[in-house]
Design a protein around this ligand. Structure first.
Ligand code: TRP
Length: 458
């Protein structure tokens, strides 16, 4: 049987430049997960030990799965469904259904876009002054989420339109271009804030909180959440990175790119955590704040810094908005690419169709948190927002990751995988990587899913 050793170069889509691809993949990875979720989860689960589990998973599972996901895209060169179908052996074409993991992106977008909407709202609210007391800040956040449905719908719609606009411009003129501008700006803002945070005495406490591992605080839930989050934060398990990799420039190294993206993503999460906790501890505020951390606690803390605090808050929310937008476009692109590849739709039509879908469900998600409509948009007492988040975060993403690991570890011909990666990694590391993709990643993912479903309870 003839084996194709070279990466396919027939492409329907435009190619990224090498730096454009790195920025786009990093832009996908670095998102609300890093700056909003990671810091508050670290707080909720007690700091250092949680961070350590997260770092271990990123290193031993996340990075390997990212290489695998990029590989499927780079070899397949099509949308997610097409790539699985094309690469699967002739008698196993059913693998194409794994490609429908791309649709998880739209489910994630239903609530992701609502949160980006909150960020937009806060960006404007900052101009009318920061809240001075926690009660006041909490009341303002609760009022937004619980009562102001119209305002939320407005900002959610703004988010949908901006994301749709960028995706509609395509890989080169939209996605690459915006990432090349937004990502460096985001880095500049965050590292600028870090430099300032380092001058505060809260910094050393923040450092200890995040890096001193106190295992007495860790439990199985914390471990499972850390594993799940390492997938979410790296944008793995739904074909986002795969879709981008279909436009990978021919001479780019998958291994190197995956390494840079993983490294940047982790660094930014840690920096965001250090910055936020430095401010918090500087003012003597406690760590465990939950999802309201950046919307409630941070503004109050920053109000103590006077005008400087307002500037810092503005920069912080701007960074958050940029991070959210660059991730959002990677959540929409897989479906758009699928509709274009499969049905020959124009990009325009594909963007409008997918945007309308998640825009509509997103409205249901935000209404599920309001007092007036909450009951109507809840199932079994659980708000739609939480159901969507839980289903993607805890079930669909790990499932997608598992499918990718199995496909690359067991279904794709080893020679083909070897030919694509050996010259990048060398024989020894290739074997380590392959072991991780065949054994470590699947076991970690199955363990996590069983735990979440309450079947195991370790
Ligand atoms: N990684 C992004 C974050 O940290 C979210 C995200 C973007 C994502 N694309 C994804 C998550 C694909 C899972 C799959 O916020």
């Amino acid at each position: 049987m003839k084996i194709i050793y070279k990466r396919q170069t027939t492409m329907k889509v435009a190619q990224f430049s090498r730096i454009g691809f790195i920025m786009a993949a990093a832009g996908s990875a670095v998102g609300l997960g890093n700056i909003w979720k990671f810091p508050y989860m670290t707080g909720e689960y007690g700091g250092g030990a949680f961070v350590l589990v997260y770092l271990i998973t990123i290193t031993f599972v996340g990075f390997s799965v990212m290489v695998a996901e990029m590989l499927v895209g780079a070899l397949g060169r099509l949308d997610t469904v097409g790539s699985f179908e094309k690469l699967a052996p002739p008698n196993q074409k059913g693998w194409k259904y794994a490609g429908f993991m791309g649709f998880n992106g739209l489910i994630i977008m239903t609530f992701y876009s609502v949160v980006i909407g909150w960020i937009f709202y806060y960006l404007f609210e900052i101009f009318s002054g920061l809240p001075i007391q926690t009660d006041q800040a909490k009341a303002a956040f609760d009022a937004l989420v619980g009562e102001k449905a119209g305002i939320q719908i407005f900002w959610h719609t703004v988010a949908v339109i901006i994301v749709g606009y960028i995706v509609h411009k395509g890989i080169k003129g939209g996605i690459e271009k915006f990432n090349l501008i937004l990502m460096p700006t985001l880095l500049l803002i965050l590292f600028g804030m870090l430099a300032y945070a380092m001058t505060l005495d809260g910094f050393s406490k923040a450092w200890d909180f995040m890096f001193a591992s106190d295992w007495s605080k860790i439990n199985s839930e914390a471990i499972v959440r850390a594993v799940g989050h390492s997938f979410f934060t790296l944008s793995l398990g739904m074909g986002a990175i795969m879709t981008y990799a279909a436009s990978l420039p021919k001479n780019a190294s998958i291994t190197k790119t995956a390494f840079i993206v993983t490294f940047m993503d982790t660094l930014i999460a840690l920096v965001a955590g250090l910055v936020i906790y430095s401010f918090l501890f500087h003012e003597g505020a406690p760590a465990a704040q939950g999802p309201g951390l950046v919307f409630i606690s941070l503004p109050v803390v920053l109000s103590n810094f006077g005008t400087l605090g307002t500037v810092l808050a503005l920069l912080f929310f701007l960074a958050l908005a940029f991070a959210g937008l660059t991730s959002a476009i990677s959540l929409v692109e897989p479906v758009v690419q699928y509709l274009i590849d499969r049905f020959g739709w124009t990009r325009h039509k594909a963007v409008i169709f997918s945007s309308l879908l998640y825009w509509l469900v997103g409205i249901g998600a935000l209404l599920s948190y309001t007092k007036a409509w909450g009951a109507l948009f809840s199932i079994g007492g659980k708000p739609l927002f939480d159901i969507l988040e839980y289903t993607t975060d805890s079930i669909l993403l790990p499932l997608g990751g598992l499918l990718i690991a199995i496909f690359v570890g067991y279904i794709l011909q080893k020679e083909r995988v070897y030919a694509a990666l050996e010259h990048e990694m060398g024989e020894k590391y290739f074997n380590v990587w392959r072991f991780s993709i065949r054994y470590i990643a699947p076991i970690a993912l199955v363990f996590m899913m069983l735990n979440l479903m309450g079947i195991l309870n370790i």
